[in-house]
Design a protein around this ligand. Structure first.
Ligand code: G3P
Length: 216
């Protein structure tokens, strides 16, 4: 599973990039707004830090405007993936942009039927939101499992990007289900490293070594 970071924060991106395990970045209008810089500027800075797929989302909601905004975003850098909301105009814009060779990520997918439409439009990525479905009292991971099965049944090439992953368990379950990509907030990625037995084991190894050879 490819791991993307779900943030527009440059400090978080630099820290995670140093670990060598980040394959890309997803942003959305809320994350961009949080950083206070215009999208072009922020996304360009992100592209300088991470060499991988970088999703940049349009804020237009009408077909023609979405297409124009998508074309403009795609010119920022070769790694830009144009993110479009899963509305009628967004799916239509996806079909057209993909036809022009511009890769798209259709976001805000909450139901497998929506995901089927996205695959038929030829999107490069679909983004189902696990955590937000959980928030409604339902089981978000079922959507990932359903999409994996449906896409496999018909050989759709669209990659399933499990989004709104908020815990270690979300990440493990998304990987088990066969999501191609998981996008994680920095906090979730950071917490994947942690296990009390790792810390305990390392502490014991170092103490045993020091007993015989002294501290380094
Ligand atoms: O970027 C989209 C998604 O990952 C948002 O997550 O936690 O705001 O539902 P969340």
């Amino acid at each position: 599973m490819r791991i993307f970071l779900d943030t527009a924060n440059l400090e978080e991106l630099k820290k995670a990039a140093a670990w060598g395990i980040v394959d890309g970045v997803t942003t959305n209008p809320s994350l961009i707004a949080k950083e206070g810089k215009p999208i072009e500027e922020q996304v360009r800075a992100i592209c300088d830090i991470i060499d991988g797929d970088i999703s940049a989302e349009v804020v237009s909601t009408e077909f023609k405007a979405m297409v124009e905004e998508g074309r403009k975003l795609s010119k920022i850098h070769k790694n830009i993936i144009v993110k479009l909301p899963l509305i009628r105009d967004g799916v239509q814009a996806c079909k057209l942009l993909q036809g022009e060779g511009i890769r798209t990520n259709v976001t805000l997918c909450f139901q497998a039927g929506q995901g089927l439409l996205v695959a038929k439009a030829g999107a490069y990525i679909v983004s189902p939101f696990v955590g937000r479905i959980d928030d409604m009292g339902a089981e978000g991971m079922i959507l990932i499992q359903d999409l994996v099965q449906i896409y496999r049944n018909y050989g759709y090439k669209t990659q399933i990007l499990a989004a709104s992953l908020r815990s270690t368990n979300h990440v493990i379950q998304a990987a088990k289900a066969g999501a191609h990509i998981g996008t994680l907030p920095f906090k979730t990625l950071d917490s994947l490293f942690n296990h009390p037995l790792t810390e305990k084991g390392l502490d014991a190894f170092l103490k045993d070594y020091a007993k015989v050879f002294g501290n380094k």
